[in-house]
Design a protein around this ligand. Structure first.
Ligand code: PLP
Length: 381
């Protein structure tokens, strides 16, 4: 059965134009970008061209783009690479960071850093007063994501950066979920480093970048031939990097129109969710346009995801689903959501290919699933 895909925050399909741009580098143009012969020079030019396109999308100079394998590696490079340059003090990260920021922060805890999780409000926004309170203590590293991967809530990163810089801390933002959905301007955010990833913007898996302030003396995680200005050794994944560059161009060209269209589709979805009695998390805050995170009281998110999958719709559960009584999402717990309601969380994330009909069909399917599950529950009770 063909599924209708509403899980674009997990990954996006590769855009056909992006694939076309990549194909020559998976075929005849297979050179190593470090080789001095013509094949190598062609690969190097392609990598440099992609670097310019990534740089243009986030308004930086190409030399500020360090290509890595994806968002996870970029976040690890910043957290561990920054810590390696600093004497241990406090590392402050928001309580809603993706595990690839939260876990490296925990690791720094083993190396003598004091780890501080910054509170968020009930709407899912960083509590800036809690950041200020944290910064009263000596702090080396702060990381606050630009848009949360579950709720889609956009964080006040520029304000966090101002506060962090005043306290002489290095400030990083994980912009993986914001890129391509909102204008992302590195200088305007005022951060020292920023993470982006290709496969969330209709590019391939296996490419991402850490955007850096060149004044930052980061230490690399991976040593070797000194690629990427010494910050990330290893032969470049040329096809994926080329795809990343093409995806950035596409994002720049269609962002405004796509944003308006997805916002309208989400509003339509959430109107329907309201009549089913769903709770939408983070709806009171500014959000990226494609994301809706909701729960229906009394129905586990995991159950809804499985039933919707059977009906032909791909959405994501909000809780870690490995046990009978799954852990509620850390993001929702940080927002103060009741754990039972949080266990009902389902993430619905739209993409460029979705249509009004698909949203309407999804609402009908959801209604049918909810009615059936409630009927079953009533029989058991
Ligand atoms: N950061 C956020 C906010 C994400 O949503 C993700 C992916 O889900 C990542 C980082 C990891 O990126 P990648 O899959 O490129 O390693």
């Amino acid at each position: 059965m063909k599924h209708t895909y509403f899980d674009h925050n997990a990954t996006t399909p590769i855009d056909p134009g992006v694939l076309e741009a990549m194909l020559p580098f998976l075929r005849g143009e297979f050179g190593n970008a470090s080789s001095r012969h013509e094949l190598g020079i062609t690969a190097r030019r392609a990598v440099d061209f992609a670097r310019e396109r990534v740089a243009a999308l986030v308004n930086v100079r190409p030399a500020q783009v360090v290509f890595v394998s994806g968002g996870t590696e970029a976040n690890n490079l910043f957290m561990k690479g920054a810590a390696a340059c600093l004497a241990p003090s406090q590392v402050a990260v928001s309580a809603i960071e993706h595990p690839c920021v939260a876990r490296p922060a925990q690791e720094l805890g083993r190396a003598g850093w004091k780890v501080r999780r910054l509170a968020v409000t009930a709407a899912g926004e960083l509590d800036l007063a809690d950041l200020d309170a944290a910064l009263a203590e000596p702090t080396g590293i702060v990381s606050v994501m630009l848009a949360n991967n579950e709720t889609g809530v956009v964080q006040q990163v520029a304000a966090a950066a101002t506060a962090a810089r005043r306290a002489n801390a290095w400030i990083h933002t994980d912009a993986v979920q914001a890129l391509g959905k909102l204008p992302v301007d590195f200088a305007a955010l005022g951060v020292h480093a920023m993470t982006v990833s290709a496969h969330k913007i209709y590019g391939p898996k296996g490419a991402g970048a850490l955007i850096i302030d060149r004044k930052l003396g980061l230490r690399p995680l991976i040593h070797g031939g000194g690629h990427e200005q010494g910050l990330r050794s290893g032969t470049e994944n040329v096809p994926a990097i080329v795809g990343f560059g093409a995806a950035c161009d596409l994002a720049a060209a269609r962002m405004a129109g796509l944003r308006a269209r997805l916002e309208a589709l989400r509003a339509r979805l959430e109107q329907g969710l309201g009549s089913i009695g769903a709770t939408v998390f983070g709806a009171a805050a500014p959000r990226i346009p494609n994301t809706s995170y909701f729960a229906i009281d009394g129905i586990m998110g995991e159950t809804l995801v499985i039933e919707l999958d059977k009906a032909g719709y791909a959405v994501a559960p909000g809780a870690a689903c490995s046990s009978a009584n799954p852990e509620p999402s850390a993001t929702l717990v940080a927002m103060g959501v009741d754990p039972d309601l949080a266990r009902g969380a389902v993430r619905f994330s739209l993409g460029a290919g979705n249509t009004t009909e698909e949203v309407d069909d999804f609402l009908r399917a959801l209604n049918a699933v909810v009615t059936r599950l409630r009927g079953l529950a009533a029989m058991v009770a």
